[in-house]
Design a binder for this molecule. Structure first.
Ligand SMILES: [Zn+2]
Ligand SMILES: [Zn+2]
Length: 301
């Protein structure tokens, strides 16, 4: 099970009714935070994402609307008594961004563990799953994130008993490890589909994103502009229109699409939704506090 909370859906500037784009991902009581613009800590409180339970912050890129909330969030984490190390991941250039923020925030009672996402190092093990970084197309180096939560194969006690496998070995086999000369394949069912979330701001539609989003349960994607009349601007500034987000979701065969990172000129998140839905009917307009719980497929027990 994976809980997703859209903490904000705005781009560039926070507005009174629309926080900057950020997403909280929670599995088993621990969380990841994707991006941390000005005001993200307030959005965490507003929408119930516990700041002490954040294991890692994944930064897409270093434009201010995605990072200016870091020193304030760290100070609040410190005030809340955090001592556990905090992973902060992002594309190359991360250390140069963290250093001045750390100086501003002052000494912290927990360590920051930088994880630079490059083509050679694009995976992190977090929350019992895997985070993979992929390259987005923006005006500066930008990293999209795919988080996959695997699902264990089903253990069949009847087969284990029939094969005469001692009960004390069952747990090990269930975890997929061989034990006492028995193989997990003797007692486990076929591989089962896990859950996959893909987050991509700020970006043009691009091949790497389409590939990463293939079959995802949820794609949360840049939809800065509501109207294709702004396509030139989208191209110039490295963003996408709502229609483009719908087109990419359809091409990638995702199950759900959330539109996010709206320009301040988009006064109603419903603007542009029709254009996205024309190509991808399950598209949803992002709004602050939008949440979703993903469950493993029921028809694949
Ligand atoms: Zn942005
Ligand atoms: Zn940007």
């Amino acid at each position: 099970m994976m809980d997703l909370k859209l903490l904000g859906c705005g781009g560039t500037q926070p507005l009174p009714g629309r926080a900057l784009s950020a997403l909280g991902v929670t599995v088993g009581g621990r969380s990841l935070l994707i991006d941390c613009g000005e005001g993200t800590q307030t959005a965490c409180r507003r929408w119930g994402l516990s700041m002490v339970k954040i294991d890692a912050i994944l930064l897409t890129h270093y434009h201010g609307d995605h990072i200016f909330g870091l020193p304030g969030l760290w100070q609040t984490m410190a005030a809340l008594g955090r001592t556990a190390p905090l992973t902060v991941a992002g594309p190359p250039g991360l250390e140069a961004v963290l250093a001045p923020f750390l100086q501003l925030a002052g000494p912290l009672p927990f360590a920051l563990v930088p994880a630079i996402m490059t083509p050679d190092h694009s995976q992190l093990a977090l929350l019992g799953g895997t985070v993979e970084g992929f390259r987005c197309e923006h005006r500066v180096p930008c990293c999209g994130y795919a988080f996959t939560l695997p699902r264990a194969r089903r253990f069949d006690p009847a087969r284990a008993a029939a094969a005469g496998i001692p009960r004390q070995l069952w747990g090990t086999l269930q975890r997929g490890q061989a034990a006492g000369g028995f193989s997990p394949d003797q007692v486990l069912g076929p591989p089962r589909r896990g859950l996959r979330l893909v987050y991509a701001t700020d970006t043009r539609p691009c091949d790497a994103l389409q590939k990463a989003a293939q079959g995802a349960d949820l794609l949360c994607m840049d939809a800065t502009y509501a109207d294709d009349a702004d396509l030139d601007k989208a191209s110039l500034y490295g963003h996408a229109t709502c229609r483009e987000a719908g087109a990419l979701a359809a091409a990638a065969g995702v199950r759900r699409l959330w539109l996010t990172h709206y320009s301040a000129a988009v006064t109603d998140p419903a603007d542009g939704l029709a254009a996205a839905r024309a190509l991808f009917p399950a598209a949803q307009a992002g709004e602050d506090g939008l949440c979703l719980t993903l469950h493993f497929d029921k028809d694949n027990q």
